[in-house]
Design a binder for this molecule. Structure first.
Ligand code: ADP
Length: 502
């Protein structure tokens, strides 16, 4: 009797080899049971093999194995596992068998491919279990075709990578955290830069400490969930003391893949926006303050003049003051409007060839008589190459520089305006003998609304707009502006503009 028959007999209980007549009904019942058992195995969509150990030859196989591998049962039973699976899978099976030392094993699982009769193959997950009887060892292998599962997993991976790409490209923090513990479940790249690569070990509270009005502790689960259902999203703005930045956050509860409710948060860094808002407020108060001073002077002096009680000799001085203050007011308003236009991209420039000498001479003429303690000089060759620019805007540049030179040299002195050409560029400079600028602030004075605000400068007033306007205009002309200065030793501002080819 060969092994296979012995096995069948063992299964149906004929191991005792008793053939007594009284045994027949029982035998029939056992046979029927065996047929039912085979029918059941044949019903399965999994390929089921019985392998002899250690040869790994197939001793039995179900209907599904024949169908999926493309063999008849007879053909299959002449094969060994080596002809149905690649070498590495075979090696794994052999390792399992060897490791088990012949004892019945708990289940082992491996993922491999099974080779079809027609040369094709399909991915399979094989569960292998060792059994033994009659001192013989067998392997029961149940192989499941996992083509669909792998396809599904691949589709999921693609979907996840698409969604990750979208979230990773956002310039905002996106995370998912457990509602109660705050432990992170997902973090986009922006978030990883904040929380580190080991974010999975952390909780959102590490960035929003207890008691902080940060989004994480601010929105308790009661504000995101009611009666087990997610509430509409909540929006908030908050300052985070740890990062030192402002965030606009959208928080909501969503159902996570494992069914529990979790918090998803999108937080956009709005620090710059907040800074602009703060600067705007500061600017409005500085501009309104700045407007009041010249207006008071204009109103006061014109009132005096209208009353007719001013000596004729003083009238001219009073009128000069009115003119100077009105001019200051007009410059302030012009700067303000210019900057607004530049910020919104509405400033339009009309470029033509501008002769530099007449422009400088005209602006200096405008300042004549404005300050009796300052002497304005001009050192510029008349034949200096023209620059391509907007004459009106370039005038504003020079006016702002000269008026600063006058303003920040309260003891008077020379304000030297010069123009020269270094071949490719025309360089206009305005030098004064005033209070100078501390070195650490040299890089900041061109910023919008920036004022060097220390006590010795407070009396000068100003809204911090002039140099920002200068910077915007010069940059729009493809030029450069910079300053050389030292406290107490005056300042020289340089404007470099591309020279027109002659
Ligand atoms: P404002 O003069 O209205 O404050 P500006 O933008 O023209 O604004 O100048 C910015 C700051 O740069 C001023 O507050 C001042 O402290 C400094 N500054 C500008 N020009 C000079 C200068 N010629 N000498 C010394 N400091 C200057």
């Amino acid at each position: 009797m060969n092994n296979r028959e012995a096995l069948r007999e063992k299964i149906i209980g004929l191991g005792e080899r008793s053939l007594r007549k009284t045994y027949y009904p029982e035998l029939q019942e056992k046979l029927a049971e065996l047929e039912r058992f085979r029918a059941l195995l044949d019903q399965s969509n999994d390929c089921i093999f019985l392998l002899s150990i250690p040869s790994l030859r197939l001793v039995d196989a179900n209907e599904s194995a024949c169908r999926q591998l493309g063999y008849s049962r007879q053909e299959l039973l002449s094969l060994s596992l080596a002809e149905l699976a690649p070498a590495e899978a075979l090696a794994t099976v052999q390792r399992l068998v060897a490791a088990n030392g012949g004892k019945e094993a708990s289940q082992e699982m491996l993922t491999t491919v099974l080779l079809r009769h027609n040369g094709g193959n399909f991915p399979a997950e094989i569960t292998l279990r060792l059994v033994s009887f009659d001192r013989e060892r067998y392997g029961v292998a149940v192989a499941r075709d996992i083509t669909e599962r792998l396809r599904g997993e691949e589709a999921l991976r693609t979907q996840f990578s698409q969604i990750s790409t979208i979230f990773d490209s956002l310039n905002a923090l996106v995370y998912v955290a457990d509602l109660e513990s705050g432990r992170f479940l997902y973090m986009n790249r922006y978030g990883m830069a904040m929380f580190g690569d080991d974010w999975a070990e952390k909780s959102c509270r590490s960035l929003f400490p207890e008691g902080e009005c940060g989004p994480c502790s601010y929105y308790g689960s009661d504000r995101l969930v009611r009666e087990g259902e997610p509430l509409p999203p909540l929006e908030s703005e908050s300052f985070n003391k740890i990062t030192g930045r402002w965030y606009r956050c959208i928080d909501r509860a969503v159902r996570w893949t494992d069914g529990r409710l979790v918090r998803i948060e999108i937080a956009v860094d709005i620090t710059e926006f907040k800074e602009i808002e703060r600067l705007k407020d500061e600017m409005i108060s500085a501009v309104s303050h700045e407007m009041r001073t010249p207006l008071t002077a204009v109103l006061g002096f014109t009132e005096l003049l209208l009353e007719g009680i001013v000596e004729p000799a003083d009238q001219k001085t009073h009128l000069a003051t009115v003119y100077r203050e009105a001019e200051r007011l007009s410059r302030l308003v012009n700067n303000f409007i210019d900057l607004q236009r530049m910020r919104t991209g509405q400033q339009l420039y009309t470029f033509r060839d501008i002769a530099v000498h007449p422009l400088l001479a005209e602006v200096i003429g405008q300042f004549a008589g404005v300050s009796p303690i300052h002497r304005l000089t001009l050192d510029c060759p008349e034949e200096l190459p023209a620059v391509r620019g907007d004459g009106e805007r370039l005038r504003e540049v020079v006016i702002n520089l000269i008026s600063n030179a006058v303003k920040y040299s309260p003891k008077g002195g020379i304000v030297a305006v010069a123009g020269r050409c270094d071949g490719e560029h025309v360089i206009i400079s305005v030098r004064d003998e005033g209070i100078g600028i501390p070195p650490e602030l040299l890089g900041m004075i061109f910023e919008r609304f920036y004022r060097v605000d220390n006590t010795d400068r407070r009396p000068f007033g100003g809204a911090g707009l002039g140099l920002a306007v200068v910077w915007e205009i010069v940059t729009a002309h493809g030029g450069r502006v910079w300053v050389e200065s030292a406290p107490g030793q005056g300042s020289t501002f340089f404007v470099q503009l591309p020279a027109e080819k002659q």
